[in-house]
Ligand binder design. Structure first.
Ligand code: CTP
Length: 400
């Protein structure tokens, strides 16, 4: 779910990773959230209230009795108005207190009093993280519904290499969006999304591929996650980073993508935003193809299976149509031939670039004959429109 206009309470506990919480606060504000920060006493040894006040333009809570803080008016004010409580970094000590239900400072008190979802971004020394007490506390907290993001493996402040680094800011924001959308209209649904190009090998060093960036599919996958769905993202090679909270399955060839999509049969929806290659070389040379004296090289290509037509067991199936001419006629033919609920028709020969762009201008055609000519919008906005259709199509089928 979008963070815009959401009230996020950011609790910072006393780990050296507390300095990274400033970046988290800043990115939350940039995403349009209203951010209230609570610093524990230990956190104040690492970072100052001024840092967070400057970033959030709001008072920072440092103790129960500060006359300038929201909490002095009513100790549960933040707890009641929070849309989500994020603790980043969450130390072993802080999580032990949360697991025990203690409430001896503003952060633990807010955590106990709030009904908003709790997101924990642990950061600590590897041995503290691995300790059975910490692991038991983490289990307790997740069983109660807390969402964990990280920690990540890597070099720790202690010099140790191990588990304990604070998750990346992008992952923490994604976890907050996920928590906010947990009761969304795709709650309990499984959505399979394909994205990116495929690569068909010619020899050990060469492939046949296409210009798909994967951005559209990734945007749909993230938006579905943020509306409560369990998401499987089947992706060809892209430059995009692996989105948090999504079951990402990397593939190379169209045959691999087909097998991977079919393995998720039984899911509620399949949205094929990928650009699987329609052809593959008849033979893959075991060694690098050398250039001989000939002026040409002939490669025979075999047709790949059409994934959308081949797979079954999805309640709703949707596809894209990349067309350089006769957009609507071609798209409608694909909608029918592939047995889709709707198709998103993309003019790839227009003046505006489609591949790699953050924007898209499409027309959606549905199986009932409907034609929806959408204005140019961001791929994130379009992802929302596409998922609205998935929700409606699922509801329509369940009514029957
Ligand atoms: N698609 C598929 N399997 C393929 C090729 C495409 O499932 N082997 C899917 C795409 O993910 C997309 C839809 O089919 O959702 C239409 O893809 P597109 O490339 O527009 O068309 P094609 O069906 O490949 O037909 P053509 O290339 O002749 O336009």
């Amino acid at each position: 779910m979008s963070l815009k206009g959401k009230h996020i309470v950011l609790g910072v506990s006393g780990s050296i990773a507390a300095y990274k919480a400033a970046d988290v606060a800043s990115k939350l504000v940039q995403a349009g959230a209203q951010v209230s920060v609570i610093l524990t006493a230990a956190a104040q040894q690492f970072v100052t209230p001024l840092t967070f006040r400057s970033l959030t333009h709001r008072p920072v809570v440092t103790n129960w009795f500060d006359p300038g803080s929201d909490l002095s008016i009513q100790h549960v004010t933040l707890a009641e108005t929070a849309d989500a409580l994020l603790v980043a970094p969450a130390t072993a000590d802080l999580m032990a207190k949360l697991a025990a239900g203690m409430a001896d400072d503003p952060l633990t008190g807010t955590a106990l009093a709030t009904q908003a979802p709790l997101v924990l971004a642990p950061a600590m020394d590897a041995h503290m993280y691995e300790h059975p007490a910490t692991q038991a506390n983490l289990r307790t907290l997740t069983e109660r519904g807390a969402l964990l993001v990280g920690p990540e493996p890597g070099r720790l402040a202690s010099g140790l290499i191990g588990m304990g680094r604070l998750a990346a800011t992008e992952a923490i924001l994604a976890a907050v969006s996920t928590a906010l959308g947990r009761s969304g209209d795709l709650k309990g649904r499984t959505v399979v999304v394909s994205a990116g190009p495929t690569e068909e090998p010619l020899d050990p060093v060469r492939v046949i591929t296409n210009r798909s960036s994967g951005k559209m599919g990734y945007a749909i996958a993230e938006a579905a996650r943020d509306r409560g769905a369990r998401v499987v993202l089947v992706t060809g090679p892209t430059a995009l980073s692996k989105p948090w909270g999504i079951d990402v399955r990397g593939v190379h060839t169209t045959a691999e993508m087909l097998a991977c999509v079919q393995a998720s049969s039984g899911a509620d929806a399949l949205i094929m935003a990928a650009a699987p290659g329609d052809f593959r070389p008849e033979t893959v040379a075991p060694d690098k193809i050398k250039k001989g004296p000939e002026a040409t090289l002939t490669i025979t290509l075999l047709k790949n299976p059409d994934i959308l037509s081949a797979v079954s067991g999805f309640t709703v199936k949707a596809g894209f149509a990349a067309e350089s001419r006769d957009l609507l006629d071609n798209a409608r033919a694909k909608l029918t031939a592939k047995g889709l609920d709707f198709i998103v028709a993309n003019d790839v020969a227009g003046d505006e670039p489609v591949f790699g762009s953050d924007l898209n201008k499409v027309t959606v055609l549905d199986a009932g004959g409907g034609v929806d000519d959408l204005p140019r919008m961001t791929k994130a906005e379009l992802a929302g429109r596409i998922l609205d259709r998935v929700v409606a199509a699922l509801a329509g089928k369940e009514r029957v």
